[in-house]
Write a protein that binds this ligand. Sequence first.
Ligand code: PLP
Length: 412
Amino acid sequence: MTHISTDLTTAYAELVARGLSLDLTRGKPSPSQLDLSNAMLGLPGDGDYRDAAGTDLRNYGGPDGLPELRAIMGELLGIPTDQLLALDTTSLPLMHEVLVAALLTGVPHGDGPWRNVEGVSFLCPVPGYDRHFAICEALGIRMIAVPFTDTGLDLDTIRSLVANDPSIRGMWTVPMYSNPTGYSLTVEEVEALVAMPTAADDFRIMWDNAYAVHHLTDDPDPVIDVLGLAAAAGHPDRPIVFASTSKVTFAGGGVGFVGGSPANIAWIRKHWSARTIGPDKLNQLRHVRFFGDAAGVVAHMAKHRALLEPQFEAVLQILEERLRGVASWTRPRGGYFISLDAGDGVATRAIALAKEAGILVTAAGAPFPYGDDPRDSTIRLAPSFPSLDELRAGIDGLCTCVLLAQQERAAA
Ligand code: PLP
């Protein structure tokens, strides 16, 4: 039986005695990042309310969103303007709406409402994004977790599940700098996903490209033309693309986009038009004025990177110093998260110890459907929001908790 080192119990007692109060739970932009977009608060400005075509944007109408902004985002996402709608201020409501419409009415070229499908299910590569899973849970869509392998998606399992089970109507993907692993899909993986035979003809991929422009290196991962590849593979309607400016300009006060095949877009437009007479086009105009063009977005994201990179480097450095050899973690090239594998049966206890010490991290199990991490090993780290000093103190303290939880388990 292993004993718990007194050094570690002392270190933990000292940590608790410090009375920290640190919140590392969610991947929010920091105040300095939000400051980068402050100039937008004065836009479009008194008297500026017409788009390039001369339309008065103060009024109802323009249900697809501002063409100029859709063109800018379309260029960045590789989607033609007429296949990309700017409908809301964030993207999660669009994902929710798509699934509600699919359940109530069915999707284009489908066999009717998904609510009529016995045990309607979605594949969820894990670890993944908790809010995707929350949408499925809220709408009664059963989730089937498919763990990532060491090299990426478990395509063999995914292919075999979708080929044989017609109740599986879709899957979640965060194709670039995924939440929480930072993993980006390869072209080969995307080709496989859009081409694979599925028992359900109306299988959909919820392609949440939330981090398409959120690079942390000089050598960005590519935006893969999923709509083009899907059309070439004979499944043009399979992917539905989502994106937003939540972590570009203002979280909650940005613009949410949805893209897809002409059939999917017509279907989404129809459902959304029952809900609203038009989006906030003045906010969209503000974004157009602020960015100017796609190059303006890229330049703006370089400023985010300058703020985020030191945060990520600090976390990775502390993990390296404190946990090398006893845990593993991802080294993202973009996005907002690092995923720490603390070892089997360790995450819940380490997170509880951290909470006792005043360090809040994302709940154990959150990156898994139904909050169930079968190995109880994954801890999602969100480096963006705290100040660098708070982040260092929080991650260092968490490492103490991981080590203690590991030793407690070994001693049990
Ligand atoms: N998708 C992913 C993968 C995310 O990580 C997040 C936020 O953390 C969102 C979507 C939220 O997007 P929005 O603010 O556009 O609803």
